[in-house]
Design a binder for this molecule. Structure first.
Ligand code: MTE
Ligand code: CO
Length: 422
């Protein structure tokens, strides 16, 4: 056959592929000691018989159909409407430190605003020398920075204050994501407007139907706040505030105003809904803590966990995340017996300020019950408390800032449950 037409070439390639598959059945490795012939190796598989999709069939890549269960999920009884609600990151199915864009948990007070960037404006007003209105084009022409940070909703683990409740780290810890942001520093933008000497606080306002707003101390604004237009190398997703959101490293997610349309400069906090009736921490004696911005050190084991039980005896990998809003994670300890004995986990991958770190414990499991816990320590010397230690200080009235140590009970059959040790 010396057919030079494209058709002929395709046919030869097809035969070539099938031929390679057929040759596998005679693989000498099959004769190896203790190796049973496996039809998945010895037989030609269906997907080897045909050409796959060519290029441009999938102009925007999606995960394999076999990953269809790795999705954000919500808890239907949690909120009255899906527009003012939350979906959770499937932490049990992820690895490394970066959250894939399509799996980031979402928290909206009035649903997802759909904004054409050409129509979007950011206004700076209040105690400034020169009130300004920026288009997205204006913002993209300012000096850019790239930073990796976690965003944790203050209400993450909020349902667990009075005891173990939700069976899965997606639901107990999934109000967190960790992304690479590209944007401009808020300091650059504020310098352009020029701050008046009595400027002390800013009010950040969103362009969604809630016009969600929060007060931010000027000191933080000038420190490390970014106005981001990109995440993980592409434009922000609509769910994450396209075309512009505030990134407030290490501070509670509520301050990270999405669809950011206005920044007002003032000399005191605005006492908005989100910092008075919400996002304040009700203590046992009825008083409330206000402006509790920082997210303290916290960690969670993601495998094993209720949605990722142990399936094999012998060699296993325990894995999880740790983070701190006060700096970097210095160490993560893991216990398999409910906190009696601890070993230091192996952190692998980048250790960055106010970013998730990934940890592992490579271990052998002989089928005994385990009580798995993890405990984070950060660069400020802070150690993640037990849930009981936390309750002694904070009571159980709060929803927010629950960073207590999580316990997973692994049963002899590998099934794993959310429990508490008292
Ligand atoms: N910004 C606006 N404009 N509207 C909102 O509803 N939700 C806040 C914050 N910014 C919100 C917002 C809350 S409570 C959190 S936890 C984070 O956005 C969630 O960010 P995400 O949806 O990217 O996960
Ligand atoms: Co929130």
């Amino acid at each position: 056959m010396s057919d030079k037409s494209g058709k002929g070439l395709d046919r030869r390639r097809f035969l070539g592929v099938a031929g390679a598959g057929a040759a596998l059945s005679a693989m000498p490795a099959m004769a190896g000691e203790g190796l049973k012939p496996d039809p998945k190796i010895t037989e030609v598989q269906d997907w080897q018989r045909y050409l796959g999709d060519g290029v441009a069939k999938r102009p925007y890549g999606m995960p394999s159909k076999f990953e269809k269960n790795v999705v954000r999920r919500d808890v239907s009884w949690l909120t009255a409407s899906p527009e003012s609600s939350v979906s959770f990151t499937p932490l049990h199915a992820l690895d490394g430190i970066i959250t894939p864009s399509g799996l980031c948990f979402e928290r909206h007070h009035s649903g997802i605003a759909e904004i054409d960037p050409a129509d979007h404006r950011l206004m700076i007003n209040g105690l400034v020398e020169k009130p300004l209105i920026f288009t997205m084009e204006d913002i993209r022409r300012m000096p850019r920075v790239n930073r990796i940070h976690f965003l944790e909703c203050a209400a993450n683990s909020g349902m667990e204050w009075r005891g173990a409740q939700l069976n899965g780290c997606q639901f107990t810890h999934g109000m967190i994501h960790n992304l690479v942001y590209t944007g401009v520093t808020l300091k650059t933008v504020l310098n352009e407007a020029g701050l008046k000497p009595n400027a002390k606080w800013l009010m950040l306002e969103g362009g969604d139907a809630a016009a969600m707003n929060r007060s931010l101390p000027l000191e933080k604004a000038l420190d490390d706040v970014i106005l981001a237009f990109a995440m993980n190398g592409e434009a922000l997703r609509p769910e994450q505030g396209y075309p512009l959101r505030a990134v407030i490293p290490g501070w509670e997610g509520n301050l990270w105003v999405k669809w950011l349309r206005r920044i007002e400069v003032g000399d005191m906090p605005w006492q908005t809904r989100e910092e008075t009736s919400k996002y304040t921490d009700l203590l046992a004696d009825g008083r409330s803590r206000k402006h509790t911005f920082v997210m303290d050190a916290k960690s969670v084991v993601t495998t094993p966990s209720p949605q990722a039980p142990l399936r094999h005896k012998g060699r296993n990998v325990l894995s999880g995340f740790a983070w701190s809003g006060r700096g970097s994670v210095k160490r993560v300890d893991v216990s398999m017996d409910g906190g009696r004995n601890w070993r230091t986990a192996r952190i692998d991958g980048p250790v960055l300020d106010k970013s998730l770190v990934r940890f592992y414990v490579d271990f052998d499991w002989n089928g005994e019950e385990l009580m798995i816990q993890s405990r984070a320590m950060d660069s400020s010397g802070y150690v993640q408390p037990t849930k009981d230690e936390l309750r002694k200080v904070r009571g159980v009235n709060s929803i927010y800032h629950n960073n207590g140590i999580q316990t997973w009970l692994v049963r002899a059959n590998g099934e794993t449950e959310n429990v508490e040790i008292s």
